[in-house]
Ligand binder design. Structure first.
Ligand SMILES: Nc1nc2c(ncn2[C@@H]2O[C@H](COP(=O)(O)OP(=O)(O)OP(=O)(O)O)[C@@H](O)[C@H]2O)c(=O)[nH]1
Ligand SMILES: [Mg+2]
Length: 284
């Protein structure tokens, strides 16, 4: 994100500098019929021949721009600009995941009633490579707070839909509702951020496999699609051809989405089972 800002700052600096270097044609021009200045008659150098650049003005404009550019080049924003948004049904393990990535260990959590966000270098024992700072947003699963999720979409780089793989039938239904809202959102269709499905609580015996999570979610998303598009037909809304919101398209499958969707088994409390998620986040 810093590159366009930096480019804008430097262009601004160049524009200011060149504007200061230009001849002040409009303000100082003298009409052809104007009488000659007395100074010219007396042989003195005319005032307007001197440089029109005011060094103090130029310095006062350029200095703040150059300082800002310096800090941006150093990465003074403290973040690579990557923003990861954790969302999904209540009790799936989003806050547990957020806390583990932030503090590097399992920390007990309970239902969230407000969004949490911070920029940090994620910690996860056993995850390979160094991890640059990223912004992680933990959105509560409470459906009444869905508007908070939608507000995050326009700046998200990676969307992580977390669900409880030990409660697949319920969680797939709930996740499909929110995934439909996300995938049909205008900004997501336009920007196409990466999507990861975290089949969480894979440490528990009987947790559904990633393949099963993928297939169940696809079925539920197709159901939500049919229900919602029928409602849209009744309300007369226009439908984007070929998108998830288009009921005439083929049955929904994640492999219709670009970039490719990953479904990963995770366990928020166990570093080795969180490491693949961190790898996916750093590659996205
Ligand atoms: N066994 C197991 N339990 C987990 C895991 N992740 C979270 N939990 C537990 O599941 C419960 C809910 O976890 P949270 O992280 O609070 O869930 P959440 O998704 O943030 O829920 P909301 O804030 O309500 O949306 C807590 O008791 C966690 O300890 C996991 O991977 N394995
Ligand atoms: Mg939470």
């Amino acid at each position: 994100m810093s590159r366009p800002v930096l480019r804008a700052l430097l262009l601004g600096a160049v524009a200011v500098a060149s504007a200061q270097g230009e001849e002040p044609e409009t303000t100082d021009s003298v009409p052809a019929e104007a009488p000659a200045e007395p100074a010219a008659a007396s042989g003195e150098v005319p005032e307007e021949q001197a440089s029109p650049i005011d060094p103090v003005l130029v310095a006062s404009v350029l200095l703040p721009l150059l300082i800002a550019a310096f800090f941006l080049l150093r990465g003074g924003g403290g973040s690579s600009g990557k923003k990861v948004v954790l969302f999904g049904p209540m009790g799936a393990g989003k806050t547990s995941m957020y806390l583990h990535l932030r503090f590097g260990r399992a920390i007990p959590s309970h239902t969230s009633m407000q969004l949490t966000s911070a920029t940090f270098a994620p910690k996860c024992e056993g995850a390979s490579g160094s991890h640059k700072p990223i912004t992680v947003v933990d959105v509560p699963g409470e459906p009444r707070l869905n508007y908070q999720l939608l507000a995050e979409l326009s700046s998200a780089t990676v969307l992580v839909c977390v669900l409880d793989a030990t409660r697949l039938p319920t969680h797939a239904k709930e996740a499909a509702q929110v995934l439909y809202d996300v995938l049909t959102h205008e900004t997501v269709q336009r920007r196409a951020p990466a999507l990861v499905i975290a089949a969480n609580k894979s440490d528990v015996r009987g947790a559904a496999s990633p393949d099963s999570v993928r297939a169940t979610l696809e079925t539920e998303l197709q159901r939500v699609r049919l229900a919602r598009t029928t409602m849209q037909d009744i309300s007369g809304s226009s439908l984007a051809k070929g998108s998830l919101a288009d009921p005439d398209g083929p049955d929904f499958h994640f492999d219709q989405l670009r970039p490719a969707v990953q479904v990963l088994p995770t366990a928020a409390g166990e570093a080795p089972k969180l490491a693949p998620l961190l790898t996916a986040l750093s590659q996205a």
